[in-house]
Design a protein around this ligand. Sequence first.
Ligand code: ATP
Length: 305
Amino acid sequence: MIQITMPLNFLGSVYREIRQALVDMAEMFDLLEQPAEVTDKPDAPDLEINGGAVELDQVEFGYEAARPILHGVSIRAGAGETIAIVGPSGSGKSTIGRLLFRFYDVTGGAIRIDGQDLRDVTQNSLHRAIGVVPQDTVLFNDSIRYNIAYGKEGATFAEIEAVAKAARIHDFVSSLPEGYDTQVGERGLKLSGGEKQRVGIARTLLKNPPILLLDEATSALDTETERDIQQSLKAMGVGRTVITIAHRLSTIADADRIVVLEDGVVREEGRHDELLALGGKYAAMWARQAAEEDDDGEAEANAVA
Ligand code: ATP
């Protein structure tokens, strides 16, 4: 569990930026304990965004040389496209997210954003370009206003309110006696999983990144909350390149492309309907999940009866 209690406001914007990137990544990938293994090249330029196209080109990677994890993975997300990566546990989905942040360098092939190899640009500019909405947003022990404003230095209240509305958290916040000044976190108001995630969405909206990496919620949100969150996420994805690491297939059926990863290899790729028609791994996963959801529904109905 990450706990950040130090008052850090005074440490200046560079540190703040690094910390933001670390918090984003730590939230998503539980990475605080991992060493940073990569450094900027001398005189590396900033990443220049021109639409935000992401390309994994024959990527090879293993955390240890003796155990390769990704084997020649090629995935392309054109500017503004939504790509979903699905696959069994351990297939390498989160690893792709980590590589996209350049937490590690690929051992073969390349990852490029708008044609620029991640190894050639500054990590700061890379981290600025990618917004993460993790499953479990970490809140600071501070006000809701601070927690949202964290997405952008010097954000005005009007901006904070606008993104809170877009993330569908504004009405809830307004209903609290202290509104945006309500203290949250360990020592303040405990927010539900869905509320926390919406604060995370608002924060990311404020950051306004051209590329979004979504670790799709698997946490126990009720169906209605989940639907709301999905709508907020979808609205957030408009005009951005979105890469979703998906655990539930129902939420990614309208992705521009779905990539099925298994044992670090892309096994299938296509739109939902194409993959269903193919009758392969995705179709089997879809059938299995539908059956499980039916079972859950029956179990709930039985419990109520
Ligand atoms: P899940 O759906 O369960 O989150 P995933 O598809 O995201 O799984 P990854 O987290 O990418 O899978 O893991 C792929 C493989 O890499 C796994 O075999 C895992 O054990 C291994 N792995 C992940 N992180 C590390 C690490 N820090 N060091 C060594 N091996 C790791």
